[in-house]
Design a binder for this molecule. Structure first.
Ligand code: ADP
Ligand code: ZN
Length: 433
């Protein structure tokens, strides 16, 4: 079924625009009539769904935010009676209440199709054996990729996260060809494999389906080099559906958004104005098929841009650029905006350090006083010569200063001293003084 939908990747501009407008109108009418949340939102704003005819009209609908979904906890966003909901997922919600998403049978079916398309686009086939090392549970990653890969016809090994030694031995015995995980876990597994005396290249892995967190160019190269596989990146979020929103084709020049299933917009996060293709801003997404917990114009907090030019692969659906950071991950220190990804990029320029780093925010009475960048040395770069280390710290600090316009404190750490993760890496740590 998923394969039948792949022609939608190649619709011409007019066909796609027509399809999108039809689906948008339908999604708006559906939300307005079935979801008490949207019914009251439209009433308050005096908008009638009949007046939303094209993409310009659509831009008059108010945004839905993370906060709206938090306040709707647990079932406030439901548009169907609960007996029609077959599955519930929730995002981890680092602060406050989690965000809940409920799926009807139709939602689960569309979701599996979407994930299957993303996996096929990355190069997965029914001949593959895929180990899903995303957590199975409330997190959408595990189940999302599981059903998508099954829909594609691949063989799925539902390992879930953790228990790295066993993951590795099964991966070897099963001749697994695809690894599904966060990029940081893929890197950690390569490290663990080497520690256990395996040569990661001696495994049968050919393709990585990585997502859930940013992956810098340096990190991707590192993973590819260590495992000898081709790493692809895909994007999604629980509030919209989960994984299966956008993913890379073999050209690896951004992630194609399944535009027949999601309507993407880029807005200026300060004014809410919709920006043209190519401008960087906050990604706003509207899923066009959702029945259980529909959302319209959801502000993802993810910063990116839309790429309109035709891709080398021939697909016509637009791409989104790699996420440089979440707007809620942005640190404002001494009046300067800092994203972890900027720090990561600078660190990647130093061969003496590893991709394992974190930002420590030193706080006093709740406000940030100082930023410390902790980064591990690679084992070969480890020396007890104090002078050398001090000089390296100085050079890293200097480079950070030229990119960030502020010079954070830099601390070199011993190899493998920072905590490893089996899921998403936690790059920011707060310390109250
Ligand atoms: P949580 O908010 O608890 O992490 P989700 O699992 O729904 O819950 O995470 C979705 C978020 O993960 C996205 O909004 C985005 O910030 C991040 N993310 C997902 N895929 C990618 C990716 N390929 N690159 C960068 N960030 C990603
Ligand atoms: Zn492409």
């Amino acid at each position: 079924m998923a394969i039948n939908e792949q022609h939608k990747d190649h619709l011409n501009y007019e066909e796609l625009a027509k399809l999108q407008e039809e689906k948008l109108q339908k999604a708006v009418r559906y939300a307005c009539t079935s979801s008490p949340f949207y019914k009251s939102l439209f009433e308050q704003d005096g908008i009638s769904p009949e007046n939303i005819k094209n993409r310009d009209d659509f831009a008059r609908i108010p945004f839905t935010t993370k906060n709206d979904l938090r306040e709707a906890y647990p079932y406030g966003m439901a548009a169907v009676p609960l007996e029609k909901i077959l599955r519930i997922h929730a995002s981890s919600g680092t602060t406050g209440k989690p965000i809940v998403a409920g799926y009807t049978r139709y939602d689960l079916d569309c979701w599996a199709n979407a994930v299957a398309r993303i996996c096929a686009m990355a190069g997965a086939t029914q001949k593959d054996i895929a180990q899903v090392s995303f957590g199975y549970g409330l997190f959408t990653g595990g189940f999302g990729l599981h059903y998508g890969l099954e829909r594609l016809g691949a063989t799925v090994v539902p390992f879930s996260s953790g228990n790295t030694d066993r993951q590795l031995s099964l991966m070897k015995d099963f001749q697994t060809t695809i690894l599904v995980s966060t990029p940081s876990f893929a890197l950690y597994m390569a490290e663990a494999a080497a520690d256990l005396g395996y040569d990661p290249k001696g495994f049968n892995l050919k393709l990585g389906l990585f997502g859930g967190e940013p992956c810098s160019k340096a990190m991707r190269e590192d993973i590819e080099e260590k495992w000898g596989l081709s790493a692809t990146i895909n994007y999604g979020l629980t509030e919209v559906i989960g994984p299966g929103i956008a993913g890379e084709c073999p050209a690896k020049a951004g992630m194609h958004i399944l535009e027949d299933a999601y309507h993407p917009e880029i807005i200026d996060p300060d004014t809410g104005r919709v920006l043209p293709d190519g401008s960087t801003g906050e990604l706003v997404l509207t899923p066009l098929f959702k029945e259980g917990f529909p959302v319209l114009r959801y502000r993802t907090c993810d910063i990116t841009r839309l790429v309109g030019e035709k891709c080398a692969c021939g697909r016509t659906i637009r791409r989104m650029d790699y996420i440089t950071g979440r707007s809620d991950d942005m640190i404002i220190i001494k009046g300067v905006n800092v994203f972890p990804s900027q720090v990561e990029e600078v660190l990647a320029g130093f061969r003496e350090v590893s991709p394992h780093y974190r930002l420590v925010l030193h706080k006093k009475k709740g406000s940030i006083k100082d930023l410390e960048v902790q980064v591990e040395l690679i084992p070969e770069g480890f020396t007890d010569r104090y002078r050398e280390l001090e000089a390296l710290e100085g050079r890293i600090r200097q480079s950070l200063r030229s990119i960030l316009s502020m010079g954070p404190r830099v601390t070199l750490m011993e190899p493998k001293s920072l905590e490893r993760t089996t899921g998403k890496a936690k790059r920011i740590v707060e310390k109250e003084e």
